[in-house]
Design a protein around this ligand. Structure first.
Ligand SMILES: Nc1ncnc2c1ncn2[C@@H]1O[C@H](COP(=O)(O)OP(=O)(O)O)[C@@H](O)[C@H]1O
Ligand SMILES: [Mg+2]
Length: 279
């Protein structure tokens, strides 16, 4: 009996939070993502890595349901999403928090009202409870006491953290970050990395981060997917991917500036030749 309870309790934990299969997508007639496959496990910090224009943001927009793939499957919390209607998507989106590049705060509202926004829109909580929630979320991003300021009065790093407090307002199970350190000085960027680590440690959150900053990847990533012009160059634990001898992968880690010069067709031929062909 005890045995049975144990196995049924552990089953959902083994199920990936995100499962992407054979994902393909086009902008118009141009193919942007080619046969993308990966899972994200509960409690994992998963990083989507790649040079500018490699398809990272496009992939993220598919996962959060802003774009629909041309082909393939995306499961969130075990639920296939590619056929969902808007109402079902709304329910799913409440389980996910997204921090967009600029923080996307409303400048006319105080920081506290920005964080309260999803709570006022999606819940019937009384104002007193919302006030407590707002102070709690701001505390979690090290902005305790800043609720009455306007976003314009905050530094870049503080704005991002306020955006994060709003993304966390509904207690999401997964948090998504698109280029969290973009536009920040290195110290503020590192502060955000620390915060990401703290959120996973304290709340066991599952976190997906899009970035091209290797310093940040080395600090936070458990597993990564590396995109190259819409193709998956590598996927797996960070230390394994860093050992990958594929020249494209190594090129990214070594930050060689000629990445854009690699021709995807040639690169694919190289791959199909088992890596024996000179690039
Ligand atoms: N809305 C769009 N319409 C057409 N092409 C787009 C659109 N958004 C992005 N792209 C193109 O798709 C490719 C991938 O873009 P993106 O996902 O933004 O890359 P990344 O986030 O890795 O920099 C790029 O070549 C980009 O120019
Ligand atoms: Mg992008």
């Amino acid at each position: 009996m005890e045995q049975e309870q144990k196995s049924s309790a552990s089953a959902p934990q083994d199920e990936p939070i995100i499962q992407v299969r054979n994902l393909e997508t086009y902008y118009g007639t141009r193919k942007i993502l080619h046969d993308v496959n990966f899972n994200v496990a509960k409690g994992e910090i998963f990083v989507i890595l790649g040079g500018s224009g490699s398809g990272k943001s496009t992939l993220l927009r598919h996962i959060i349901g802003l774009l629909n793939p041309s082909k393939g499957s995306i499961c969130l919390f075990g639920q296939e999403t590619t056929e969902l209607g808007e109402e079902e998507w709304d329910a799913l989106r409440r389980r996910m928090g997204v921090l967009y590049q600029g923080g996307a705060l409303f400048n006319s509202m105080t920081v506290g009202d920005n964080v309260a926004l999803p709570l006022r829109e999606f819940t019937d909580l009384p104002e007193a409870t919302i006030g407590i929630q707002v102070r709690m979320k701001l505390g979690q991003v090290d902005l305790a006491g800043f609720e009455d300021l306007k976003p314009d009065q905050l530094s870049g790093g503080m704005k991002k953290r306020a955006g994060l407090a709003r993304a966390m307002a509904m207690d999401p199970e997964v948090l998504f970050f698109d280029e969290p350190s973009a536009g920040l000085d290195p110290i503020a960027g590192a502060g955000l990395d620390d915060l990401i680590l703290k959120l996973r440690e304290t709340f066991g959150m599952t976190i997906v981060v899009v970035t091209h900053e290797m310093e940040s990847v080395k600090k936070i990533a458990d597993r990564v997917i590396m995109l190259f012009k819409g193709h998956v160059a590598a996927v797996g634990p960070l230390d394994e991917v860093m050992q990958n001898q594929d020249p494209m992968v190594q090129q990214f880690f070594e930050r060689r500036p000629d990445e854009e010069k690699l021709d995807p067709k040639e690169y694919l031929e190289y791959l199909t030749a088992g890596g024996n062909r000179e690039l």
